[in-house]
Design a protein around this ligand. Structure first.
Ligand code: SF4
Length: 66
C-alpha cells in the first residue's frame, strides 16, 4: 500500500494527523505532510484507510499493491 497526498487539495483540517499521526505531520502553515512515502507497513493500513476516508477534501489517496 502507498499513500498519496495532494498538497494542492489539502485545506489543512488536520483530520489526517489526528487519526494517523504515524503517517502525517502538519507543517507551519497547517498543511498536511506525508511521512511515509514508500510502502506503508501492514500494521498501518487500517489507519491509512481511515485517514483517507475522513479527509474532507479527498486529498488522500490509497493505492493497494497486493
Ligand atoms: S485531512 Fe485532508 S485536508 Fe485535512 S490536513 Fe489532512 S490531507 Fe489536508
Amino acid at each position: 500500500m502507498r499513500v498519496h497526498l495532494d498538497a494542492g487539495t489539502c485545506q489543512g483540517h488536520n483530520r489526517c494527523y489526528a487519526l494517523a499521526p504515524e503517517l502525517f505531520d502538519v507543517d507551519d502553515y497547517g498543511q498536511a505532510v506525508l511521512l511515509v512515502e514508500d510502502d506503508v507497513p501492514s500494521g498501518m493500513h487500517d489507519m491509512a484507510r481511515l485517514a483517507a476516508a475522513n479527509c474532507p477534501e479527498y486529498a488522500i489517496k490509497i493505492t493497494e499493491n497486493g
